[in-house]
Write a protein that binds this ligand. Structure first.
Ligand SMILES: *[C@@H]1O[C@H](CO)[C@@H](O)[C@H](O)[C@H]1NC(C)=O
Ligand SMILES: *[C@@H]1O[C@H](CO)[C@@H](O)[C@H](O)[C@H]1NC(C)=O
Length: 407
């Protein structure tokens, strides 16, 4: 008896940090429900643009020197979402890339947003985009693509005047099994996050257990892709450098600090990066990640961005159950034919269902500040900010259009 009690106390002691941590995360399921969410809007003005032209843009990045945003939008995510488990039969639309000139003001709508034409891209009809990174020096765009055969990080050469994206290479490796977000180190190395250990399509229940238990199955993979620049068939070098529960957005704050969002734990983790001396290996040495701190955020953080003034911009999902319901219904709500066929209950759901958004800013001096928390624009996945022009863009996983704000 005494032994059992002691064992119970020890077990409880071991489990209590876990229970406390999960309770904090799961309490957001209550406090951030759409009708309870405390709304915040710090913008001087904002508007949702291009709602009739683009939807389901998971990532958007700013090229501040040119005043443009690059957006990857995949309406096919309504029927095919490898992270959240939607595998509906064809037809599945393919993803597209867009350039938005955000220096244009006023309603001069259509000219400001241009779709890029693909050149030599044989996977165009199986393009399902998540995170992106852009190397300005070489005009090369890297896009996570959840292709049906095996996921890849696609490399494109962008012509921003001609509005084309020429496919260069597909970076593939067994360790890149669920690429989500990408951070570039230089013109031949990058980091990519895999959100889960268990791929949803292959292990649905284990994948969901991994999410709800907050198990550190997601990871960060360091990739040296210099071999395939020379030879498209050559294998790339890849190594796991960190493990994070539901690893999502990744950014480099500076040369020695990486930031990774954990959607599963509602935390953002800071790692210091040290790079060993490169002695006798021909490939780049594998950097070492050491966690130095983490911050808790009141939502499931998705993508990250760093503005020129050094602020970290974090966007995400305050209420995961609403996002789940939103995800499961978009193939009906966004399709006039499906909606016409749907029963009254589903039509009501399509009229009323909300998936809240949250965008925040973090600086070492100012800590975490909410920029926007609301239900007007749904399912924020990324927020990116031009600190010189005092404006920014939010894109939503299942939103129509993008939100453009002024400070
Ligand atoms: C999932 O399973 C399929 C076939 O069962 C296999 O071809 C594929 O490699 C698996 N994916 C991963 C990432 O393990
Ligand atoms: C990188 O950013 C971190 C976090 O803000 C900071 O503590 C560190 O001093 C910075 N390092 C350099 C080399 O600027």
């Amino acid at each position: 008896m005494a032994f059992n009690t002691a064992l119970g106390v020890i077990l409880l002691a071991l489990l209590s940090p876990f229970i406390y941590e999960r309770a904090q995360t799961l309490s957001l399921f209550f406090s951030n429900a759409p009708h309870r969410l405390v709304k915040v809007n710090t913008f001087a003005s904002h508007e949702v643009r291009f709602a009739d032209r683009i939807r389901s843009c998971e990532d958007v990045l700013l090229v501040e020197s040119k005043g443009i945003a690059i957006a990857a939008c995949d309406p096919g995510r309504e029927r095919y979402n490898t992270v959240m488990g939607m595998y509906l039969p064809e037809p599945v639309e393919n993803g597209k890339l867009y350039i938005f000139d955000y220096t244009t003001t006023g309603a001069s709508g259509d000219e400001a947003l241009k779709q890029l034409d693909f050149v030599d891209f044989k996977f165009e009809s199986d393009f399902h985009t998540l995170g992106m990174a852009y190397d300005e020096a070489t005009s090369t765009l890297f896009v996570a693509n959840h292709r049906h055969d095996h996921p890849a990080v696609e490399m494109f050469l962008l012509d921003l005047e001609g509005n084309t994206a020429t496919h260069l290479r597909s970076i593939q490796h067994p360790l890149i099994h669920g690429p989500n977000s990408i951070a570039l180190i230089n013109d031949h190395e990058l980091y990519v996050t895999n959100d889960h250990f268990f791929v949803r399509k292959n292990h649905s229940i284990l994948h969901q257990l991994e999410t709800y238990l907050g198990a550190p199955g997601g990871n960060v993979v360091h990739v040296d892709f210099s071999p395939i620049i020379k030879d498209p068939a050559a294998p790339v070098q890849a190594s796991v450098v960190a493990r994070v529960a539901f690893a999502n957005g990744i950014e480099l704050l500076n040369e020695t600090t990486a930031v990774i969002a954990s959607s599963g734990k509602a935390t953002v983790h800071f790692f210091s990066i040290t790079t060993p001396e490169n002695n006798d290996t021909p490939s780049s040495p594998v950097p070492k990640f050491t966690q130095i701190s983490k911050i808790r955020v009141p939502f499931a953080p998705d993508n990250l961005a760093v503005s020129k003034d050094g602020a970290l911009i974090i966007a995400g999902h305050p209420h995961f159950p609403s996002l789940g319901a939103f995800t499961k219904t978009r193939h009906i709500c966004n399709s006039p034919e499906e909606l016409a066929k749907a029963d009254e209950g589903m039509q009501e759901t399509c009229r009323t269902l909300l998936a809240p958004s949250w965008a925040a800013k973090w600086t070492e001096a100012g800590g975490l500040e909410t920029l926007y928390a609301d239900v007007e624009y749904p399912s924020s996945a990324t927020a990116a900010r031009d600190s010189d022009r005092k404006m920014g863009v939010i894109s939503g996983l299942y939103a129509k259009g993008i939100l453009v704000w002024k400070e």
